[in-house]
Design a protein around this ligand. Structure first.
Ligand SMILES: CC(C)=CCC/C(C)=C/CC/C(C)=C/COP(=O)(O)OP(=O)(O)O
Length: 312
């Protein structure tokens, strides 16, 4: 079943708040051509047209029901793939546009990534969509992202939960998310509770250090209350306290992909990535397509995983 698409040429209405033209939108989101940059300078129609075309290409890719050619599908697949969605700012900058356009293109591509991962048989997909450090970004950008994620979960994720048996969870410091996003998130998690398909995990307001500190507090509390003896703490007990404990099978990624050519983890799943295979394609996330995913998965097949042991 193909899911109906969100209107592509629109941006969440929050992006217009600071300097939107006084136009009645009748509750609909404004058209991309009515969007004004955060600095309130109108963007030229040619730049907008170029951006619109780029985003439309994502829509076209998404519409054509992509068949995964059997012979291209790697034999040895990672069960859990983690992806750092990076490069939106550069994607927009290359087109002379505000970063919000990059995020809109990114979220369209994220829909494709979820569908493609499900199609090739990935069991768990965890995406780093907002870090504990990303709160330091400009308020307009943060608000835009929060409202984009809310729409994404309300529409695309909910449809996938209902129609494609998708499991869904958000990990991170949820208390910092806007109330409405918290409600949307819990409702989606609740509806996906009995599903058995691919588990899609969104790391929102997530930090690996935050995760480890919170786990340590829970362990310390158990020791304090005499539920656990300090000498009995081991990797397995510690791991059970991490936020990824909501992933029933394969809580630790086998593979990490970070788009845009940056070679760092930026505080993502610090404990869980201990034995992940890393792949750093140069593609910016909005340009990271099905073929790039297949290529990434193919590199996994060639890796020799030893976990510190020796292959005799
Ligand atoms: C699909 C979509 C709309 C994605 C939103 C874009 C977004 C905010 C992505 C952040 C992903 C992330 C936490 C990257 C880590 O790098 P960093 O830039 O936080 O840290 P660094 O400074 O170490 O590179």
């Amino acid at each position: 079943m193909t899911s109906p698409l969100l209107p592509i040429k629109t941006l969440p209405s929050s992006s217009l708040k600071p300097c939107s033209p006084q136009k009645k939108t009748n509750g609909n989101r404004p058209n991309i051509f009515e969007y004004f940059s955060p600095a309130c300078s109108p963007i030229s129609k040619s730049r907008l047209a170029a951006a619109s075309n780029s985003i439309e290409n994502i829509e076209t890719d998404q519409k054509s029901s992509i068949q995964m050619p059997g012979d291209l599908r790697p034999v040895l697949m990672p069960k859990h793939v983690a992806v750092i969605l990076d490069g939106h700012g550069r994607w927009a900058k290359n087109r002379g546009l505000p970063i919000e356009y990059g995020h809109s293109a990114g979220v369209e591509n994220l829909k494709q990534l979820v569908s493609n991962c499900r199609k090739v048989g990935i069991k768990v997909l965890t995406v780093y969509a907002f870090s504990t450090e990303n709160w330091k970004r400009r308020k307009g950008e943060v608000d835009f992202l929060m409202s984009t994620y809310e729409d994404f979960i309300k529409s695309f994720v909910k449809e996938q939960i209902m129609g494609q048996d998708l499991r869904f969870s958000v990990i991170g410091d949820k208390s910092r998310l806007p109330q409405s996003l918290q409600i949307t998130t819990s409702s989606a998690e609740e509806s996906a509770k009995t599903n058995r398909g691919m588990h899609f995990v969104m790391a929102l307001s997530y930090g690996g250090r935050y995760d480890i500190i919170e786990a340590s507090k829970k362990i310390a509390s158990k020791v304090e209350h005499g539920i656990l003896r300090a000498k009995d703490i081991n990797e397995s007990i510690f791991e059970q306290q991490l936020l990824t404990n909501i992933i029933a099978e394969f809580p630790n990624p086998d593979m990490l992909i970070r788009t845009s050519g940056e070679l760092r983890t930026s505080n993502f799943l610090l404990w869980q990535l201990a034995y992940a295979e890393f792949h750093f394609p140069n593609k910016l996330f909005p340009d990271f397509k099905e073929v790039d995913l297949i290529q990434a998965l193919s590199t996994f097949e060639r890796r020799q995983r030893r976990y510190g042991g020796r292959k005799n």
